[in-house]
Ligand binder design. Structure first.
Ligand code: ADP
Length: 576
């Protein structure tokens, strides 16, 4: 509950004025039938027109007041609950920003989206219902009961019997329904996961003509959601008919008893009509309370799910770092016996006792089959993941002892999957350095061999990119991403298969430019093509998470079987 406190405090007037106006409106609800009874019993019975007009006007005035207080109450309830949810949404979003990749993997992206949207909305709906009804409904029930006792105690006894019975029935329904709501929420998670994955990978799906398969997969989770939500909602639907039944039976009983009393002359007609209104009010208020409890159980499930996010400490942080003010200065790297698994339960290690050293300014190639752990290995350097065993050192310091921000500012990683944003090319490049001047931007683009093609566009650096850079070729996108990383002026640059769509000659020119223009920067290039790493100062060969060899091309050709295999598989039959 702690998470809501700041917002309740900040918008305290909504949380006081909302219920206050709603209670005020409720007072009108039980005064009106009383005046109504008087008009019939006194005014109409005695044909006292001035009495009827006077009381009629009074009813009108009260109805007007109820409209005003009702609107004000609803306004403050809506404002308070919307503010509360906006605050919680912002906090949850900020928390997710601190998460490491493995935190996000643990939750799944779809689940995080559901929590920040659907779950927060549940809290908002509940807060709104609560503000509108938490005092109003009990006041209505008590007020209507008092008034009906005042009008006719023996009839009021009927209500006293019925109310607990109905309350019990509603409680039973809610108890059965609430676990089903939990399952419904889980089904919604799965649906959102599916949507997230499909929409972000639409291109791949299209290129593999997997639309039908995806549709089928989606239909299945969609069906599951229908099944789970029907199971939950059909229980809730029972509340309405059960209340109606109780209402009708009670009305019948009241009319039966009242009929006898009216015939005997001990009760007036106006009293009966007002009595039925009070009865309706009590049952309606009871329904509203049931709704509060129901929304409360849903909101409690959502609250737990939001708390899980808010209470998760980002597993990668620099609390307790010994040199919390230190970032990367030179760019040397050392891995000492590093082992890592994505799923700690798995026996197989993704990295198995990896040890290696990279000097500052070196150009290092990493090669190995898909799944051999290349990406995982380099992810250890900017601490996208932390090693399970062993140490990762940058500039001789354990990365866990450095400032996380300083470390990540010093390491630029161009990932396999490149992401560009809508906006101009220049704007995208300035992600690397928002203050970069035109000249610096061009320099970086020239090293990444991107300047030429950018200049050939009619709008040059001001060319607008579609979302994700859709109007560029794969190779062009890759080069812009490299230029963007260079503008960060990192001490360590990691290219994770990021020239795969660039032709061999341009690829070689990029590496030549790296050597000539960026001699001090440590450069790590992961590549599939042996050509891309052959001329590196040092090549690391990975095989099933282990270092199978490390050295120059010549050394590895002599000493490393795995390297020779890769070499021959790519070069045989080609001119070397
Ligand atoms: P490479 O870059 O050499 O192709 P990766 O480092 O990407 O290899 O992957 C190594 C192994 O780790 C693979 O078996 C892959 O399936 C697994 N893996 C990679 N990323 C994740 C992740 N986020 N969660 C779970 N497993 C992963």
């Amino acid at each position: 509950m702690k998470k809501y406190k700041p917002y309740v405090k900040k918008y305290w007037y909504c949380f006081i004025l909302g219920p206050f106006f709603m209670v005020l409106e409720a007072c009108g609800e039980f005064i009106l039938p009383y005046i109504n009874a008087n008009i019939i019993n006194i005014g109409a019975a005695n044909r006292d027109i001035p009495y009827i007009i006077k009381n009629g006007l009074l009813m009108l005035l009260i109805a007007g007041g109820m409209l005003l207080t009702g609107v004000l109450g609803a306004f403050f309830a809506i404002r308070g609950s919307a503010r509360l949810s906006a605050g919680v949404r912002l906090d949850t979003f900020a928390k997710i920003q601190t998460f490491s990749f493995s935190n996000i993997d643990d939750f799944s992206t779809g689940s995080l989206i559901t929590r920040i949207t659907n779950d927060v909305t549940q809290i908002q709906n509940f807060a709104q219902t609560l503000l509108r009804g938490m005092f109003r409904s009990p006041v209505m029930i008590i007020g209507a009961l008092v008034m009906s006792f005042y009008l006719n105690p023996s009839l009021a006894a009927v209500i006293l019997i019925v109310v607990p019975l109905l309350a019990l029935a509603i409680a039973g329904i809610i108890l059965t329904a609430s676990p089903r709501y939990g399952q419904m929420q889980k089904a919604l998670d799965r649906l959102n996961n599916g949507i997230g994955e499909t929409v972000t990978n639409e291109r791949v799906i299209k290129s593999f003509v997997r639309e039908e398969y995806e549709k089928k997969k989606f239909a299945e989770v969609n069906e599951k959601l229908v099944e789970k939500s029907t199971a939950a909602l059909k229980m809730m639907l029972l509340i309405q008919p059960v209340s109606a039944l109780v209402m009708n039976v009670t009305t019948l009983a009241v009319v039966w008893i009242a009929g006898g009393q009216i015939m005997a002359g001990s009760m007036e007609l106006g009293t009966l009509s007002s009595f039925i209104i009070y009865l309706t009010q009590v049952l309606t208020a009871l329904n509203f309370l049931a709704n509060i409890v129901l929304q409360g159980t849903r909101a409690a499930a959502s609250d737990r799910r939001i708390s899980e996010v808010l209470n998760t400490e980002a597993d990668i942080n620099d609390k307790g770092a010994r040199f919390a003010d230190r970032g990367v200065e030179r760019g040397s790297i050392e891995l000492r016996n590093v082992s890592f698994r994505y799923f700690k339960k798995n026996k197989e290690k993704v990295l198995d006792s990896v040890s290696l050293t990279i000097e500052a300014g070196e150009l290092v190639g990493i090669i190995g089959s898909t799944g051999s752990g290349k990406t995982t290995l380099v992810s250890m350097i900017p601490r996208l993941y932390d090693a399970d065993e062993g140490e990762v050192l940058v500039d001789g310091m354990n990365v866990k002892d450095m400032s996380l921000r300083g470390l990540r500012e010093g390491v630029a990683m161009v990932l396999q999957k490149n992401t560009l944003f809508s906006g101009t090319i220049a704007e995208n490049l300035r992600w690397g350095d928002e203050n970069a001047g035109d000249e610096e931007i061009r320099e970086a683009a020239a090293i990444a061999m991107a300047d030429g093609f950018i200049q050939s566009f009619p709008e040059g650096y001001e060319t607008e990119l579609g979302q994700g850079g859709v109007n560029l070729s794969g190779g062009q996108k890759q080069r812009i991403c490299i230029a963007r990383a260079l503008l960060k002026r990192p001490k360590i640059l990691i290219l994770d298969d990021s020239t795969s769509a660039v032709d061999t000659a341009t690829d070689a020119s990029i590496r030549r430019a790296f050597r000539e223009k960026l001699p001090k920067m440590t450069k790590i290039i992961i590549a599939q093509r042996i050509n891309s790493v052959m001329d590196a100062d040092k090549i690391i060969v990975l095989d099933e998470g282990r270092v199978a060899g490390c050295g120059s091309h010549g050394e590895l050709m002599e000493s490393c079987e795995a390297y020779r295999e890769i070499y021959h598989s790519q070069k045989d039959g080609q001119e070397v």
